[in-house]
Design a protein around this ligand. Structure first.
Ligand code: HEC
Length: 415
């Protein structure tokens, strides 16, 4: 009896100490410290592969208990013993507070677990969407999932405003393929400069601009005659372009490092270059709804927010590793960016410039939202699948199997 009551007192004292430590845990501190754990447990607490347990939503007391056991060696795992050896009691409390605060939410858990067996539905694709498959050399249409034969290594795609033609660049053959969207037939294969990457169609539908990364110029194509009408000299490594809504200007990302070029489309000349310090090689970009701000994605892990009125960088936002697309929602609310070397995409609030991550499970590259801003499409090149996110809940609603290495997405009404 005596013994038992002693145990009880001891237990509640231990609990008290534990809960005291728990309350002391600081989530913000924990998030910073969790960078050391992210390589295995994911920054969102979802283990990056089978052998790494999920920590998101785990009970804080349990996390602290396990870390203590790893530290004193009573639980054995070479990696975790080494990791825990460096942690103080405070570190453990902070980490426990952070990981326990994360949602195991259906969003995150189901994202990685969701098998890619879903069928493309008309609800999720209110308008036809066209996706290039780099390694299949095809274009796939959604929701029909028809496949059109195209060129080798096919990368970027763009659709004309009247939705009748689709263009797709083939950098290994220095050409752009033009398709009739009615039947998927090739209308033309047009010679471009060297290593053509991004392609965009002017808002009036009369011209296409193609960024030739290898020859530092833009091929201008007349979409009536389907012939090259001009070549605009820019700076090193043009990767992609973006027309303003009135079609008077086109911004070009100069991946060679110069920054963001501005082309006067009337004069067909590069008129200015805005330097974008703080990022490595401007890769893809999009404009805010009022077109006063540019969101410039580099090929490392940054997005620069550039004020186009002052030409100053307002903020550098850290996003997933590697290159990827970036898309500002037509309703202006968010900018979403993918990351080919990471397991998450980032959703940036265009007003607060805060970003949140959505675990997508594997490498992502192409990213585009439907014209009504409700459905976010993401290509998963390593998984040969397309993820569809409902932007109202930010949950992944579908993972659809596709051709090989899905790369870029053309969405009508969202160039
Ligand atoms: C190099 C990979 C790696 C890193 C980095 C890593 N862990 Fe682990 N962690 C593991 C593995 C593997 C296990 C499973 C060990 C086992 O099987 O007992 C584990 C287990 C755990 C557990 C026990 C989970 C459970 O359900 O019992 C906790 C808690 C934990 N790790 C916390 C952390 C924290 C906090 C960090 C950062 C300070 C971290 N880990 C860093 C690989 C890692």
């Amino acid at each position: 009896m005596k013994k038992n009551s002693f145990k009880l007192v001891f237990a509640s004292a231990a609990l008290l100490t534990l809960s005291h430590t728990l309350w002391a845990g600081n989530i913000t501190q924990g998030k910073t410290k969790a960078a050391a754990c992210a390589g295995c447990h994911g920054i969102n607490g979802i283990g990056l592969s089978e052998e790494f347990p999920n920590l998101a939503g785990q009970k804080p007391a349990y996390i602290i208990k396990q870390l203590t056991a790893f530290k004193n060696g009573s639980r054995k795992d070479p990696t975790m013993n080494a990791m825990a050896a460096t942690l103080s009691t405070e570190d453990m409390a902070d980490l426990a507070a952070y990981f326990s605060s994360l949602k195991t939410s259906t969003t995150q858990a189901s994202v990685t677990d969701k098998p890619k067996t879903d069928k493309a539905s008309h609800q999720e694709f209110p308008e036809n969407v066209y996706i290039s498959m780099k390694k299949s050399a095809t274009i796939e249409t959604f929701p029909q999932q028809q496949s059109w034969t195209g060129g080798p290594n096919m990368l970027y795609t763009a659709i004309t405003p009247n939705k009748k033609m689709l263009l797709s660049t083939s950098p290994s053959s220095n050409t752009v393929y033009v398709f009739n969207t009615q039947n998927g037939k090739q209308l033309a294969i047009i010679k471009t400069g060297k290593a053509p990457k991004g392609v965009k169609v002017s808002p009036d539908g009369k011209q296409a601009y193609i960024s030739n990364q290898g020859s530092a110029d833009i091929t201008v194509i007349n979409l009536r005659s389907l012939q090259v009408s001009n070549t605009i000299k820019v700076k090193k490594g043009p990767h992609n372009v973006r027309f303003t809504k009135d079609g008077k200007l086109a911004y070009v990302t100069l991946q060679g490092g110069d920054g963001l070029g501005i082309i006067d489309t009337q004069k067909q000349k590069l008129i200015r270059v805005i330097p974008v310090p703080g990022i490595t090689g401007p890769h893809n970009m999009d404009l805010s709804a009022d077109e006063k701000t540019a969101f410039v994605r580099d090929f490392v892990h940054h997005v620069a927010v550039v004020d186009l009125t002052t030409g100053k960088v307002n903020k550098i936002i850290t996003v997933g590793n590697g290159h990827g697309g970036i898309d500002v929602f037509p309703n202006g609310q968010y900018a979403a960016t993918a990351a080919i070397g990471d397991d998450y995409i980032s959703i940036i609030d265009t007003r607060t410039l805060e970003s949140r991550d959505i675990i997508i499970g594997t490498a992502s590259h192409g990213i585009r939202v439907s014209k009504n801003s409700q459905w976010l499409y993401v290509t998963l090149p390593k998984e040969n699948a397309i993820a569809v996110i409902n932007t109202r809940t930010m949950a992944v609603e579908a993972r659809i199997a596709s051709g090989k290495f899905p790369f870029w997405i053309a969405v009508p009404g969202n160039p």
